[in-house]
Design a protein around this ligand. Structure first.
Ligand SMILES: [Zn+2]
Length: 67
């Protein structure tokens, strides 16, 4: 009835070409994974603003699925 496009693309985040990064803090035990460099930078900037710590973003290899 109301199905215009039949594309099952509803999995939270679109998987285009975004690399994964592991954002680590140099001042505390803060650690977070991010999808894409923009997200990593965003997280790092946020944490830096909050705490003044220095953030290091490490690129993660693809296909690291271990949930
Ligand atoms: Zn920190």
């Amino acid at each position: 009835m109301a199905a215009n496009k039949s594309g099952p693309t509803e999995s939270g985040s679109a998987q285009t070409d975004a690399k994964r990064f592991l954002v680590q803090c140099d001042g505390c035990s803060f650690e977070r994974s991010a999808d894409g460099r923009e997200e990593a930078t965003r997280i790092g900037t946020h944490h830096r603003r909050e705490t003044g710590h220095e953030i290091v973003a490490v690129e993660l290899p693809p296909s690291a699925d271990s949930a």
